[in-house]
Design a protein around this ligand. Structure first.
Ligand SMILES: C[S@@+](CC[C@H](N)C(=O)[O-])C[C@H]1O[C@@H](n2cnc3c(N)ncnc32)[C@H](O)[C@@H]1O
Length: 192
C-alpha cells in the first residue's frame, strides 16, 4: 500500500473520529462503508445500531470479519447501491465519506431528500484535487473502483446547493489538507 493511500486512510479515520465525537449518536449509518475504516472508534456501550451500506459484497465481508466481534448484533451490513431508491434505517448520524464522488451530487441529494425523515445529521467528506484528477492520481480511489461507477470530483458548493434543494441546511465545513496536494472537505448538514 502506498504512503499516500495509508496517509489518506489515516486522515479519513481521524475525520470519522471527529464526526462521531461531534454528534454522539445511538444509531449510526455509514454509506460506502467499504472495509469499515474507523468503525472501531464507535463505542458499543453507547451505541444501539450501526448500519453500513456498500455496493461491494467483498468489502462488506471484510468489514464483517473485522467488526462483528466488537460490535456484535449492533452491526448491520447492507449490500446496496446508494441512490434515490434506497430507504435507510433511521439514524442519528449518517456518515458519507468519499462516496458522493461515485454516486454523483445530484443523485446523492435525491437519496438524502428521500431519506430526510430517517437522518438526524448528515456528515459528508469529499475530496478536492488541487493537483490532478481523482481517479488517475489516486491509487486509493482506483482500488475501490471494481464494482462502482467511475468517481469524479464533487464541488463543495455544488453539494451545498444540491442538498439545500433537497431540504438540508448546512451546519459547518472543515478542510483537512493532505500532504499530496489534495484536501479532504467535510460538510455537515441537518434536514431543515
Ligand atoms: C473510497 S471508498 C469509501 C471509503 C470509506 N468511506 C473510508 O472512510 O475509508 C468508496 C466505497 O464506496 C463504494 N461504492 C461506490 N459506488 C457505490 C454506489 N453507487 N453504491 C454503494 N456503494 C458504492 C465502494 O464499493 C467503496 O467501498
Amino acid at each position: 500500500m502506498s504512503d499516500a493511500r495509508v496517509g489518506q486512510l489515516q486522515r479519513l479515520y481521524d475525520i470519522t473520529g471527529a464526526q462521531l465525537a461531534a454528534f454522539p449518536s445511538r444509531a449510526i449509518g455509514v454509506l460506502g462503508v467499504a472495509g469499515g475504516n474507523g468503525l472501531d472508534l464507535i463505542n458499543p456501550a453507547t451505541t444501539d445500531a450501526v448500519y453500513g451500506y456498500d455496493i461491494n459484497a467483498d468489502y462488506l465481508a471484510a468489514c464483517e470479519a473485522r467488526y462483528r466481534d466488537g460490535l456484535g448484533e449492533r452491526l448491520h451490513l447492507i449490500e446496496s447501491s446508494i441512490d434515490r431508491t434506497l430507504a435507510i434505517e433511521r439514524v442519528d448520524l449518517l456518515i458519507a465519506n468519499l462516496i458522493i464522488e461515485y454516486v454523483g451530487a445530484e443523485e446523492f441529494a435525491a437519496f438524502a431528500a428521500a431519506n430526510a425523515g430517517a437522518i438526524g445529521v448528515l456528515s459528508c467528506v469529499i475530496q478536492r484535487n488541487d493537483t490532478a484528477g481523482f481517479v488517475s492520481s489516486t491509487e486509493y480511489a482506483a482500488s475501490f473502483d471494481a464494482l462502482a461507477t467511475v468517481s469524479s470530483d464533487v464541488d463543495p458548493e455544488t453539494l451545498d446547493s444540491a442538498l439545500a434543494a433537497g431540504g438540508f441546511a448546512a451546519l459547518g465545513r472543515y478542510e483537512y489538507p493532505l500532504p499530496n496536494g489534495k484536501t479532504l472537505i467535510r460538510q455537515d448538514f441537518r434536514p431543515s
